[in-house]
Design a protein around this ligand. Structure first.
Ligand code: NI
Length: 167
């Protein structure tokens, strides 16, 4: 396994719609494992492939560090009308967070790392996290739900943070 570099805003690669995976082979399994390692190393609860510069529809999620979801071609097939608000952060927008309103419950399907179709219904943090990660596959970030002024403020903060880190 290898730890991958997480891209941060305003990297243009975060804005590209990712392509579906045609076959879940050893290469895909290897990418998923590298994504899990990277997510844990960065103390994240979810990571999407575009965040590590790979334009494929792959996401990994682990809310508790134990149960790990590796999802290929995830797709939301139902969203509740009821919404809930969650304080979201993102490894691509480091050290920032904001209250984001999304559908509270979802039903979704995906292929697991063996290429077997799975489905999940969730109405808690997992539902929020899945929606956040699938947004990444469509080139969308949680800051897009904020006003353009606030979004630009966040991007500027991350740019300053990165400049500081790079010395
Ligand atoms: Ni994110």
């Amino acid at each position: 396994m290898a730890r991958l570099t997480v891209l941060t805003v305003p990297d243009a690669r975060l804005r590209v719609k990712a392509k579906p995976v045609s076959v879940v082979d050893d290469m895909i399994k290897s990418i998923l494992n590298d994504m899990v390692e990277t997510m844990h190393a960065e103390d994240g609860i979810g990571l999407a492939a575009p965040q590590v510069g790979i334009s494929l529809r792959l996401i990994v999620i682990s809310l508790d560090g134990e149960t790990i979801y590796k999802m290929v071609n995830p797709e939301i097939i139902w969203r509740s009308n009821e919404e809930s608000t969650c304080n979201e952060g993102c490894l691509s927008v480091p050290e920032q967070n904001a209250e984001i309103k999304r559908p509270k419950a979802i039903k979704m399907t995906y292929l697991d790392e063996n290429g077997v179709k799975q489905s999940i219904e969730s109405d808690d943090l997992l539902a929020t996290c899945i929606q956040h990660e699938i947004d990444h596959l469509n080139g969308k970030l949680y800051i897009d739900y904020l006003s353009s002024l606030k979004r630009q403020l966040y991007i500027n903060k991350v740019k300053r943070l990165k400049r500081y880190e790079e010395g």
